[in-house]
Design a protein around this ligand. Sequence first.
Ligand SMILES: O=C[C@H](O)COP(=O)(O)O
Length: 230
Amino acid sequence: MIFAANFKTNHTRASTEKYIEVLNEKLLEKKPEDQVYIFPPATALGKYEGDFTLGAQNAYPTQNGAFTGEIGTEQLEEFGIKTILIGHSERREHLGESQDKVAQKFTFFKEQGYEILYCIGEPLEIREKGDEAVMEYLLAQFDGIDISYKDLIVAYEPIWAIGTGRSATVEEIASTHQALKQTVQKPLLYGGSVKPANIQEITAIRGVDGVLVGSASLDVESFATMIGEK
Ligand SMILES: O=C[C@H](O)COP(=O)(O)O
């Protein structure tokens, strides 16, 4: 099972260091087959030791150059970071990343040999149209994406379930994951209001290979509880 923590625009370098110190103690009891990923904000990236993979929430598809406000592989590789989140709905919605831009970024980081955690998800108005509309919408988010890439993990995150406290139902997750697995034979995470109270039922769903957690990962005790309680 994969447990990924996306801090989004939360935590500082100091609080991330403290978080990782506490997490490392908890991970001593982690099952060897479980994998943990941490995605702190860019200012908290660093060289951290531990039984987890540190990844970037975002970077510009460049080694370096004149891209004010962005970071490239030169900045990531200073810390040995070779894992990146691409396609998160917040970047698509709030940061204006079109499918074309997302695909360009994917191709660049694939060519650099990065492990890519690629996010897809539908808005509520699509979910309300039913399963067929959902799948059409989700599959369009694979346009320009090499879904056979060896270091690809996919995260299905219904937008209406992100940060709302309202997770998708077990039935919705199960049917969407099963349908996605017919197209993408890669580890498939679920994200959207995953928390200690629902971790067991979500990770028990066939076709769920792990979780991508936002809000409930910000507290290290809460995240560690999820890793321990699946
Ligand atoms: O990347 C994580 C997801 O957007 C889920 O966020 P959430 O757990 O706060 O709903």
